[in-house]
Write a protein that binds this ligand. Structure first.
Ligand SMILES: [Zn+2]
Ligand SMILES: [Zn+2]
Length: 376
């Protein structure tokens, strides 16, 4: 029975005697084979067993030799040890390239972390560095989106709760309200999963916006971002901030672009506010309120909307996108607020009244105005 289990885990590791006290052969990990031998002095007990391996494997494992010895001695049988051993080597081979750190955690902490990971399941481990003080665990939600929680393990683990971080709209702090001894990592993971499932509706709403509209900002939205600036066409855009707790409620909206166009859209919005229906998709609601359609990703290109500034000819300038625009409906040229301000300030014909500066549009020569930018 024991032999069959061993054979299925490591088919190239063979017993050298009829009591199965010595095993010798190869272990296959990530399509590489390593020479390994295991000696058990007593039948049925791994308490004093020893393991030796080729220098190539030792090179990967030498930081961990004490941990491995400890795990070997504590394992119920050879098969369960080998499963754990293979998982550990697999992760170490993968993570070897990006960290050359020294062991910084006490031996017992390593041993505890490895047994905890064994219990949670190694497939949930997304990453760990060689010194095992950064552990990333992954989970998939109902829509198959991957989420990752990063656990920063200190030498005081598990006596002091580790710092955790995750890509979620509200900062993730592990509260540790229910901790099972020896299962801290699992408790963190479970609490993280609860947070993830409580935000599923929020991410569904964000995904719907991202998949159907052109997003001008943020450039690379994360799962933590609740705001999107959505292209509306005609150099206008709508900045929406989705309510994280109640994502189907009407979001905070801010229209941006040339006044002549924005004014009409704002009017529509105010007039139709009462029509918001949390039962239908957020985008559909917004289109109903604005009385316009968002440009479709199927029939338009993003470049049609991410128009560069008419002064510096760039789209992004110090991370800002062109937020000002000429109000003349036939022109509508967008500008970075700072570019337009500097341009108007340099023109001798510009006038300033209170905090508004008036001048000519560099494109159509019609009057253009810009709020004064205070020098920072
Ligand atoms: Zn510019
Ligand atoms: Zn103009």
């Amino acid at each position: 029975m024991q032999n069959e289990a061993l054979f299925s885990i490591c088919p190239l590791l063979l017993p050298q005697d009829k009591n199965g006290l010595t095993y010798d052969g190869f272990i296959e990990i990530n399509e590489q084979t390593f020479r390994v031998s295991i000696v058990q002095p007593n039948v049925g007990s791994l308490k004093d067993a020893s393991i030796s391996c080729s220098w190539r494997l030792w090179n990967i494992l030498h930081h961990y030799q004490d941990v491995i010895k400890q795990r070997l001695h504590q394992s119920e049988n050879l098969a369960s040890f080998l499963v754990e051993f293979k998982n550990l080597v697999e992760k170490l081979v993968k993570c070897k390239q990006d960290d050359t750190g020294q062991l910084s955690l006490p031996l017992d902490t390593y041993s505890l972390l490895i047994s905890e990971l064994e219990h949670i399941g190694w497939h949930k481990l997304a990453y760990t560095n060689e010194s095992f003080n950064i552990i990333k665990l992954k989970m998939r939600d109902a829509r198959d989106r991957e989420h990752i929680v990063t656990v920063h393990v200190s030498a005081e683990y598990p006596d002091i709760l580790p710092k955790c971080s995750a890509d979620v709209p509200e900062p993730f702090h592990f509260k540790g309200s229910k901790i099972t001894e020896g299962r801290l990592l699992e408790c963190i993971y479970n609490e993280f999963c609860e947070i993830i499932s409580s935000h599923e509706l929020f991410w569904n709403v964000m995904d719907e916006i991202d998949q159907n509209c052109w997003i001008l900002e943020p450039e690379h939205p994360t799962r933590a971002d609740a705001s999107r600036r959505v292209a509306l066409g005609n150099n206008t855009s709508l900045l929406v901030r989705i309510n994280v707790q109640h994502p189907k409620m009407m979001p905070e909206c801010h229209l941006m672009g040339a006044d002549s166009i924005v004014m009409k859209l704002r009017e529509n919005m105010n007039k139709n506010l009462h029509q918001w229906d949390p039962e239908i998709p957020v985008l559909e609601n917004l289109e109903k309120l604005l009385e316009t359609k968002f440009p479709s990703r199927q029939t338009t290109k993003k470049e049609d909307f991410s128009l560069e500034c008419g002064i510096c000819y760039a789209y992004r300038l110090d991370n800002a996108i062109p937020e000002s625009a000429c109000d003349d409906p036939r022109c509508g040229q967008p500008f970075h607020t700072s570019c337009l301000y500097e341009w108007l300030r340099a023109l001798p014909s510009s006038r300033q009244s209170f905090n508004i500066i008036f001048g000519e549009c560099p494109y159509c020569n019609k009057v253009i105005l810009q709020k004064v930018q205070f020098d920072r």
